[in-house]
Design a protein around this ligand. Structure first.
Ligand SMILES: Nc1ncnc2c1ncn2[C@@H]1O[C@H](COP(=O)(O)OP(=O)(O)OP(=O)(O)O)[C@@H](O)[C@H]1O
Ligand SMILES: [Mg+2]
Length: 291
């Protein structure tokens, strides 16, 4: 783990000292066009005063209750406070601090290759955030080639959010709510032409309307791996920032560096999460390196 950590750091330093040096304080990338309703803080979208209107619309979403054993089996543990949730709670705090400071609401979770733990990170982070009852959290699954959110959560409902993104069906039909403040937009099966769907104007419009209607404090996008398809690249201008998940002992430092550069050219990189670390220092119980 130390090797990948120091290699990432070296690569960053080399980039910063290269022939055309980047400024140390990188300007924030913020390509996402926003309309006022979407860019404004959540409370002002729904009214001053108590969040009653927002609570009311969240209550209209079908609720579901996952089986704790299913979640635990799939390593989704942050739905309750426990030692295993601590790394996600720490990640949650850093993420929200940074995003609030910058006025960002949309974060994409991606990785260089497949199977690094994007979905697991995304869902644990979402459940951890949702334990803060004042936050409204929305998870949108955009890995439409290999969707897994429904399977991991054990959803029985026939949700297929890609149909909503394609404007074939109303988004409400494909949302499920856990508790009062966590909504999932998931898919039971894979979708063909997912890159085209993500690049198309219909998906962007659907997400903007969803954000305006539900006014979540944070939207977390579970995206496909960067090096496997152009789906994620196609979507980067729709998000405010991204987290890169690397798999310890499997993802190569050069891959992390390349993907970090690709992401940084199009959005704001929040940091790299090192997942599946077998050897952790007790004082450093999870691998998150903010940039
Ligand atoms: N920290 C971890 N420790 C042990 N196993 C893990 C860890 N993180 C993820 N896994 C396991 O690795 C597998 C892949 O995880 P996950 O589905 O979250 O990855 P992914 O990056 O979303 O994959 P894909 O690219 O297919 O979408 C799963 O079986 C998951 O349970
Ligand atoms: Mg996944």
């Amino acid at each position: 783990m130390e090797r990948i950590q120091s290699a990432i750091e070296k690569a960053r330093q080399a980039r910063q000292q290269g022939a055309s040096p980047e400024p140390q304080e990188k300007p924030q990338v913020n390509p996402r066009p926003r309309n006022e309703a979407v860019a404004a803080p959540a409370v002002s979208v729904v009214d001053p005063g108590p969040d009653t209107k927002r609570d009311a619309i969240w209550k209209t979403v079908r609720s579901f209750q996952p089986k704790p054993a299913k979640l635990t089996h799939n390593r989704i543990l942050a739905y309750q406070a426990c030692p295993e949730a601590a790394p996600y709670d720490m990640m949650r705090t850093k993420l929200m601090q940074k995003m609030r400071k910058q006025g960002w609401r949309r974060v994409g979770i991606t990785s260089p290759g497949a199977g690094s733990g994007k979905t697991m990170t995304c869902l644990n982070l979402a459940f951890s955030l949702a334990r803060q009852s004042d936050l409204k959290v929305m998870v949108v699954e955009l890995d439409m080639r290999r969707p897994s959110v429904a399977r991991v959560l054990g959803l029985k409902e026939p949700v297929q959010f890609s149909e909503a993104l394609a404007e074939k069906e109303p988004p409400e039909d494909h949302l499920l709510r856990y508790g009062t403040n966590l909504i999932f937009a998931a898919n039971q099966s894979s979708t063909r032409h997912s890159a085209e769907l993500l690049q198309g104007s219909s998906a962007a419009g659907v997400l903007d309307r969803l954000e305006a209607a539900y006014a979540p404090d944070i939207m977390i996008f579970d995206t496909p791996p960067l090096m496997v398809s152009d789906d994620t690249l196609a979507f980067l201008d729709q998000i405010d920032c991204a987290l890169l998940v690397a798999e310890a002992e499997r993802t190569r430092p050069a891959e992390v560096d390349k993907c970090e550069q690709e992401l940084a050219a199009r959005t704001n990189v929040l940091g790299v999460v090192l997942n599946k670390c077998r050897y952790m220092d007790r004082s450093d119980s999870y691998g998150y390196y903010g940039s």
